[in-house]
Design a protein around this ligand. Sequence first.
Ligand code: AHR
Length: 502
Amino acid sequence: MKKCLSLTATLSCIVLLFLMANSAVYSQDATEEPAHTLTNPLNTFEGADPWLTFYDGNYYLATTTWASLLTMRKAPSLAGLKTAMPITIYFETDPSRCCNMWAPEFRLFEGDDGAQHWYFYYTARTSGTLDNQHSHVLESDGTDPLGPYHYKARLFDPAHDTWSIDGSVMVLDDALYFLNSVWVGDYQEIFIAPMSNPWTISGERVLISRSDYAWEKSGLFVNEGPVALQHDGKTFIIYSASYCATPDYKLGMLTYTGGDPLDGASWVKNPQPVFERSDENGVYGPGHNGFFTSPDGTEDWIVYHANPSASDGCGGARTTRVQKFTWNEDGTPNFGAPVAVGEEIAAPSGDSGIVTPAETVETTRFKLSSAQAYLRHLNLNFRIDFTVTPVEDSEFVVVAGLADPEAVSIQSVNFPGLYARHDETNLISLGLDDGSDAFAGSATWYERPGLVEGAEADAFSFESYDAPDSYIGQKFGLVALVKQSEMMTDRLREDATFVAEQ
Ligand code: AHR
């Protein structure tokens, strides 16, 4: 395949590759042996705080995005999730809940219309600060986990309307309870509260766990990511303990001893962690888990995130991992040790083994023609960085212009459906294509010869479709729409001149 050099050639190259990829996808040789084994991790970026479930023939996986959108991966086999691209299922513009979305959980419950809906729980904040993290929930229109979804409610205890993260719903004796994690002084603690329906907390919260043991106090005094686990009539709450940025982030366990679940004394803490780092297997900071069962319902599996090194912290390097677990004689779960990345494990019982090859869509990075620095998005805003983690923040799929097919539009590879556009503040940011002409115009760019004198022959600058003579450039250190007439210096022209790298 001739390497595509200029942007326009890249576009035709992508179209060709995409068509080939699609044909490859749909002409997959039916005699190919299904994948009855898989390896971890399931993804290479944005794999933290995973929630995974098998429903109606497919696995669905959602993870923390740290941005204003929620995504989901779908595949007919667990191994297939590794090549499934995230699909954007929701994008928020309301500044009261726009940003920094964490910790997804999606559950099928009956709505007030008597029909089944997916309730998608997540954490989000107001713009500009981490201090307003709150718990929110979406409701699906129908029973497709991919949506469409509409915003349903913010979940809070009216007597304690505070910072709230990692919301999870527990069903016990046909009653719903909301579990979450809240800062109280120096401790991040786990609370339980009654619910009157899947989107409403109907009573005061009760404390059920805080960092009591030393193993819960690595870095910070944190208990978070609570999730219920039920088996043979027993109920447990598995939670994450210690600071998520340390390799000693791990899982603890509360056992329900009967009585009122809204009485803290009904929950007894295991004195030892139940799942933790394995230096031997190269797994650090395993935590913030979910649970799912195999397609035939005979096996119990845990999904969690972990880091590949002890120094990776609480960011985008955390990847999603899965493994089967068993039960001890006393009825408690036995999670074993976190398996090593790359270790072959048997696929879940009843798994189809169908793996769709990754779509070989060519991605492009845009490097300044004058420096080893790249155009990338971060929290939906664009900036120029010398090093980009995760690299996918600087990888884009160049497609025919939304407003003019002779031009191009620049789609994010890790937030599909979002494009580089100039926004109301004239900054360049990622926006969700809402199908409007206004959005299309703001996200369509003409490839012009590089504005800086003496740039490489294949250097180019992006001129806006709906703001002629204005280009993607930099202003006050931000990537913005800049008039050519304002680019009075070579440096400003260099900031608007790029070369494409595949
Ligand atoms: O990963 C983002 C947040 O970090 C998670 O919601 C929480 O469990 C952790 O503190």
